[in-house]
Ligand binder design. Structure first.
Ligand SMILES: Cc1cc2nc3c(=O)[nH]c(=O)nc-3n(C[C@H](O)[C@H](O)[C@H](O)COP(=O)(O)O)c2cc1C
Length: 220
């Protein structure tokens, strides 16, 4: 077992007015986040991408295991392979795998099996869960893997929004093809496929609404 020393915690504090301003501004920024399905091919500045990925890595995780891998795909050949495999799965899902209720729920979003944005967006971030680690050929457990990777991806999406970029949380299931194409190791499971970039000209989003906080907050 490794022992870590304890160090003084250095909190960031603001006066109440500043707290109010900052919390409101952050909410307003995040409220404008939308899932984007129409991207431009304009490249993302490399250092911006680095900061976004580093932000994801600040997430809390079960027993600090940080059980995530973020694969950054820019290679057009790999993007095309991902797009073709995703469309193959999505075609099957839309035409024969999804029950009527699911298709009905998706109808207002205007999605279908075609995913041209997977080739157009300059970057695809493929998030993998690391179910365990191999240390000296021995399996070491990770804990609360799904929760941890979900939190890291949430921070990733917030960082993308904060940087003035856009993303789609995409799940062309089953996603085993991502593991094959990217040749990921046995301990990893695909979690989400996230195209990232700038909005294309004339990009549109469905005019959907979000629950009001009153509908999901229960005070005791
Ligand atoms: C776990 C998860 C999976 C999703 N999968 C897809 C997907 O495969 N394709 C897609 O177009 N949108 C997908 N979405 C995006 C949702 O449709 C979108 O978040 C929702 O309609 C709300 O829209 P907004 O993100 O613009 O607020 C997914 C979102 C989540 C959280």
């Amino acid at each position: 077992m490794q022992n870590f020393p304890f160090i003084p915690f250095q909190p960031i504090t603001y006066d109440e007015n500043e707290m109010l301003t900052r919390s409101k501004q952050f909410y307003e920024l995040m409220h404008r986040r939308r899932s984007l399905r129409f991207f431009s091919d304009k490249p993302i500045p490399e250092n911006v991408l680095k900061h976004i990925l580093a932000t994801a890595g600040t997430a809390p995780s079960g027993a600090n295991k940080q059980p995530w891998s973020f694969c950054v795909v820019k290679d057009p050949i790999i993007k095309t392979a991902i797009k073709n495999a995703a469309e193959q799965e999505e075609h099957l899902s839309y035409t024969s795998r999804m029950p009527a209720e699911w298709l009905e729920d998706l109808a207002p979003l205007g999605t279908d099996w075609q995913k041209p944005f997977l080739e157009i967006a300059p970057v695809l971030i493929v998030v993998f869960k690391r179910n365990y680690e191999l240390v000296n050929n021995k399996k070491k457990n990770n804990y609360y893997v799904t929760e941890s990777v979900g939190l890291a991806t949430g921070l990733l999406l917030a960082a993308i929004q904060n940087a003035g970029l856009n993303a789609l949380t995409h799940t062309p299931s089953p996603m085993g093809f991502l593991k094959e194409i990217l040749q990921r190791p046995d301990n990893e499971t695909p979690f989400l496929l996230i195209p990232v970039g700038y909005a294309g000209n004339d990009a549109t989003v469905p005019d959907i609404t979000r629950k009001q906080p009153d509908a999901y907050i229960f005070n005791y």
